[in-house]
Design a protein around this ligand. Structure first.
Ligand code: FEO
Length: 399
């Protein structure tokens, strides 16, 4: 059955939506599923660009059978081995015994690891600058190691100007019939989700993303075809500039994320008071989030967005509240840089938040921890410390 749309004269989208999945990587909540993108090139030689997750295999194989219409599949081009794309590699290799597998050396090694298949002469190992002629199409390969796995490559089709970008430029969210970015509303809410994908999946590897962007800069890219989310064929520069900013760890906006943990409401009251005091001073670009009811992936996305981050937490087992500890250590694990952080601690007998946050975050790159801090014993009873911190913060945000 045909379940496809065309990207160009002879290139087809053969991915599919998964709207049943609740957690991507069994970790990140999905509000509207995810798409697994795969592409088919119907040239003198036929080629498939990646497969899909095993939960949606049937649709992929149906589509491929329909498009091949009895012809052999000549090439499988593997950009990324993570099983949300690579799950059907073993089945394809078995189904098409003459098919060649085009991938990095590392990916060929991973095929052995995942499927216990030794490809031998069927493997075509590619590196930067290698080409493959399919007939009308010429494919050019470039390595993109650690965006976000070591075996990743991207492919540029110089015939139609399409960059097959692997996970880069991917996003969460199932695609409906509208698979192109100019068919959907790309607004700030959409970018919030795109950033959540970028920061949590690829964020740690900013240097490697920068390297990939530099390699792609000389290409005449008309379409970006990622492994998740919409295919970009309009305003490509806009999305590339977001990636450039995110991968340089530059804040997207001057503003503040107030992330708080609170067991009985006292730290929450302080966080709310600070938000109001900031708004009083004209700092309205703010997000206030309870770390206990907000998924860490959303907090990470907001940390990538704003220039300033306020950590407000009670002391728990002489450390941070566990939910806050997860957020703070995740920012460090993902290599967040270039932010200004203010700390509000609470503790009824031995407050330890300032000490612990300072220890964790001072080892991160270009993180400024503000001198002005608040240390509460159980609860705040006067506005003075809040107003003082808000004044200093507002001045710093406006700088
Ligand atoms: Fe979408 Fe890294 O796999």
């Amino acid at each position: 059955m045909k379940i496809t749309r065309k990207l160009s004269e002879d290139i087809y989208y053969i991915g599919t939506a998964d709207r049943r999945i609740a957690l991507f990587e069994n970790l990140f909540p999905l509000v509207n599923g995810v798409s697994y993108n795969s592409y088919f090139i119907d040239d003198e030689k036929t080629a498939v660009m990646d497969t899909v997750d095993r939960f949606v295999s049937d649709s992929f194989f149906d589509n491929l059978d329909y498009l091949l219409a009895g012809r052999p599949l000549d090439y499988l081009i593997i950009h990324h081995m993570e099983p949300d794309h690579g799950a059907n590699i073993g089945s394809l290799i078995e189904k098409y015994p003459d098919m060649k597998v085009v991938a990095s050396a590392k990916a060929i090694q991973m095929i052995k690891q995942f499927f216990n298949i030794d490809l031998g002469a069927r493997a075509i190992i590619v590196k930067d600058g290698d080409r493959l002629e399919l007939g009308r199409h010429t494919l050019h390969f470039m390595t993109a190691a650690m965006v976000h796995w070591p075996e990743v490559i991207m492919t540029y089709d110089s015939t139609d100007g399409i960059l097959f970008s692997a996970d880069a430029f991917g996003t969460f969210g199932a695609l409906d019939g509208c698979i192109f970015n100019d068919e959907i509303v790309i607004d700030s809410k959409w970018y919030d989700e795109a950033r959540r994908y970028y920061a949590n999946i690829v964020g740690k590897y900013g240097i490697q993303v920068q390297t990939a962007l530099k390699k792609a800069a000389s290409l005449d890219i008309k379409i970006i075809a990622p492994l998740h989310g919409p295919v970009w064929r309009k305003n490509i520069a806009e999305f590339i500039s977001k990636y450039d900013m995110w991968s340089k760890y530059q804040p997207e906006e001057k503003g503040v994320l107030i992330a708080y943990a609170s067991m009985y409401g006292n730290t929450e009251t302080a966080a709310n008071a600070l938000a109001l005091a900031l708004a009083d001073r004209g700092i309205t670009n703010q997000a206030v989030r309870d770390v206990s009811s907000t998924d860490t992936s959303e907090l990470i996305s907001l940390a990538w967005k704003y220039s300033h981050i306020i950590i407000a937490s009670p002391t728990y087992n002489l450390n941070l509240h566990p939910k806050m500890e997860h957020f703070v250590t995740d920012m460090k694990a993902l290599n967040l840089q270039n932010r200004t952080v203010a700390i509000v601690e609470n503790g009824s007998w031995s407050p330890a938040v300032i000490k612990n946050v300072t220890e964790i975050m001072s080892s991160m790159k270009n993180i400024t921890i503000m001198e002005e801090k608040i240390s509460a014993k159980s609860a705040l009873h006067h506005n003075e410390p809040i107003e003082k911190l808000a004044a200093v913060l507002a001045g710093d945000i406006r700088k």
